[in-house]
Design a protein around this ligand. Structure first.
Ligand code: AHG
Ligand code: MN
Ligand code: MN
Length: 341
């Protein structure tokens, strides 16, 4: 059978009433932008794209140093999405506020929010990075969309996905009817469906967490990981392996492929921060992809997709992956809260 391109996959989904022509256009535009980012990432030192943006003094709204590729990827996504007429506004990790579609272009009914380059600390070491995106509906009657219009719970997302720039470039996408993986055919220049309907194994023996923060975790997180590390002889009765890509896209991709649990918990290093990862363009889209593949995603206490966002760059603790394992980790937190209520 001939291969199924992203375009064909989306057209067939449209015939089944799963998405509108505007949403199809939006997803194709995002995929095209990701191809351009993939080319830029792939050039590495030859493209002059490594290192810090500006004179090394460019700081984004998160207070984090911007890399050249953070800025390049953000510009590619903004430019690609400006003229199609499918969007009302864009928001990004790299911009303090959302940006309405520029004057002179028609405005559409969707909102796009993205992490243009996830795992930026991997850029200069030639390791995997990615792009994460989430699509929301622009609320009815809004003619000039602003930050407040983006603050919708994750279960209202109409689409979510990421593009992984690894040894191969892969787009993983959901429009609420399963999670599907496409691989970029570099000769043809098109994304080809390589795994329909990904399913995350319900159980796992693999966890992903930055262990260097261990001493800053709260007690139920400490207890949970102590029990994982105790292995066969501990209360969990099995040995666990550990992996950490340092790019959420890479860790989530491994979990969608072979199971596991990814954790970025709250920690006390900077007690004002409720977590490291951002709800709108990291936790929510990944939670939708994972749930659509039969997994689970919580803050350790509550379902991520049910959270009511309060600001564009809000941070949350994240526990996601194999259902049984996420439920186990969540139980440690809820039982601890119950015992200390
Ligand atoms: P970003 O590069 O978009 O700021 O995101 C980096 C995030 C996430 O991708 C990854 O899981 C995590 O930061 C890595 O954190 P550590 O530096 O603690 O390993
Ligand atoms: Mn990120
Ligand atoms: Mn980023």
């Amino acid at each position: 059978m001939s291969s199924i391109s992203l375009t064909r996959h989306l057209i067939e989904a449209q015939r089944q009433g799963q998405l509108t022509p505007d949403l199809q256009l939006l997803l194709e535009v995002v995929a095209r932008a990701c191809k351009r980012i993939s080319v830029a990432v792939g050039k590495g030192a030859l493209g002059g794209v490594l290192g810090e943006a500006g004179q090394g003094d460019s700081i984004n709204v998160q207070g984090e140093a911007q890399k050249k590729l953070d800025v390049i990827s953000n510009d590619i996504l903004l430019e690609a999405n400006a003229w199609g007429g499918h969007l009302a506004a864009c928001a990004s990790e790299e911009m303090e506020h959302s940006q309405p579609i520029p004057d002179g272009f028609p405005r559409g009914n969707y909102l796009l929010v993205f992490d243009p380059l996830d795992g930026s600390s991997n850029i200069d070491i030639n390791a995997s990075v990615g792009t994460i995106f989430s699509v929301l509906r622009c609320p009815d009657g809004v003619t000039a969309a602003g930050d407040a219009d983006f603050l919708q719970p994750g279960h209202t997302q109409v689409a979510a996905g990421y593009c992984l720039y690894g040894p191969s470039t892969m787009l993983v996408l959901t429009i609420g009817h399963g999670t599907h993986a496409f691989t970029l055919d570099r000769e043809q220049g098109s994304f080809v469906l390589t795994k329909a309907d990904l399913r995350i194994p319900q159980e796992t023996r693999e966890f992903a967490v930055n262990m260097s923060n261990q001493r800053h975790w709260e007690p139920p997180m400490q207890a949970y990981v102590d029990d994982l590390l105790a292995g066969k002889d501990g209360p969990r009765g099995k040995d666990f392996n550990m992996r950490w890509v340092a790019a959420m896209v890479g860790d989530v991709h491994r979990i969608l492929t072979r199971g596991g649990i990814f954790i970025y918990p709250w920690d006390g290093k900077d007690p004002g921060k409720p977590g490291k990862l951002r709800l709108m363009y990291e936790a929510n889209p990944m939670a939708m992809l994972v749930e659509q593949a039969g997994g689970a995603a919580t803050t350790g206490r509550a379902r991520i997709l049910d959270l009511q966002p309060t600001s564009l760059h809000e941070r949350v603790p994240v526990f996601l992956g194999s259902k049984d394992e996420v439920e186990a980790a969540t139980r440690y937190h809820l039982q601890h809260d119950g015992a200390h209520a």
